[in-house]
Design a binder for this molecule. Structure first.
Ligand code: B12
Length: 220
């Protein structure tokens, strides 16, 4: 927390305290009037969500607070995302195809949507197949879309199992050698990567872009 200036700490506090109106107005002012880096604002949102998550775990918050947190993020994201700059020249050339979805059993999609958006503005063709995606739908979509990279998102611990199932099925279908698989969302680390059999994991949307660019042989 010590890394934040006063205004940033205020945004985190309002977001984590569910002070929806003040948080939205401040985020809007930072983005549209003060031209604060939108990625920085999204990072502040993420920190606030960690606090919300902790309060949920400790029984101070319940499902309605998680729902409201999701809505606040969506609203701020809608202003922030169009302000994220595309690197010059990246708009026209397509670097490769990425298929992305949240694995079955998991309904979280805010992080996935940011990843989709960032891959898109960084020159990838991205097909987003949504949330709670059954293994068979991933397989069908890979057959159909022929992606270079498959991105699996999931925030729940149970998503690790779904990711493993999905990757095992991709291997069983004989598609594993033709694509790279990255996973992300929530508490994913090297142990989870090894467990699921993914090629790599990323902790944020910038890492998702870097991994994909490296795999496509484009400078990150
Ligand atoms: C908002 C929220 C919800 C909303 C989701 C709304 C939505 N449309 O997504 C709602 C209310 C639906 C929800 C429901 C539930 N939730 Co919830 N939720 C959250 C909360 C507060 C924020 C999540 C979020 O969106 N963060 C913001 C994004 C932007 O986060 P981010 O991590 O920075 O995202 C980046 C990375 O994840 C990465 N990334 C994402 N995907 C990918 C993919 C790839 C390939 C890569 C490389 C990177 C990558 O890039 C993103 C952008 O930079 C978290 C707490 C937390 N600390 O995260 C709990 C949390 C995830 N939820 C939790 C729980 C328990 C639930 C429920 C089970 C509650 C219940 N009792 O019903 C349900 C589950 C429903 C289901 N089956 O999925 C737990 C999970 C615990 C666990 N370990 O399993 C958490 C951690 C809260 C907690 N601490 O207890 N939730």
């Amino acid at each position: 927390m010590s890394d934040w200036n006063e205004q940033e700490a205020q945004l985190i506090e309002w977001l984590s305290d569910m002070d929806e109106d003040n948080a939205f107005e401040l985020a809007k002012r930072m983005l549209l009037e003060e031209h604060v880096d939108p990625l920085r604002v999204l990072e502040l949102c993420r920190s606030a969500m960690d606090i919300v998550g902790q309060r949920f775990e400790s029984g101070d918050y319940f499902l309605p607070e998680l729902v409201l947190a999701g809505e606040m993020l969506d609203n701020i994201g809608a202003i922030a995302k169009p302000l994220i700059k595309t690197a010059p020249g990246e708009e026209s050339k397509k670097l490769g195809k990425v298929l992305i979805g949240t694995v079955h059993g998991d309904l979280h999609d805010i992080g996935k949507n940011i990843v989709t958006f960032m891959l898109d503005i960084n020159g990838f063709d991205v097909k987003d197949i949504g949330i709670d995606v059954p293994v068979k739908d991933f397989i069908a979509a890979i057959n159909d879309y022929q992606p270079d990279v498959v991105a699996l998102s999931g925030f729940l611990t149970l998503a690790f199992e779904s990711m493993k199932e999905t990757i095992t099925a991709i291997t069983a279908a004989g598609m594993r050698d033709k694509l790279k698989i990255m996973i992300g969302g929530g508490q994913i680390d090297e142990t989870v990567r090894a467990y699921t059999g993914a090629d790599a994991f990323g902790v944020n949307a910038v890492e998702a872009v870097t991994l994909s660019k490296n795999w496509m042989g484009a400078a990150a």
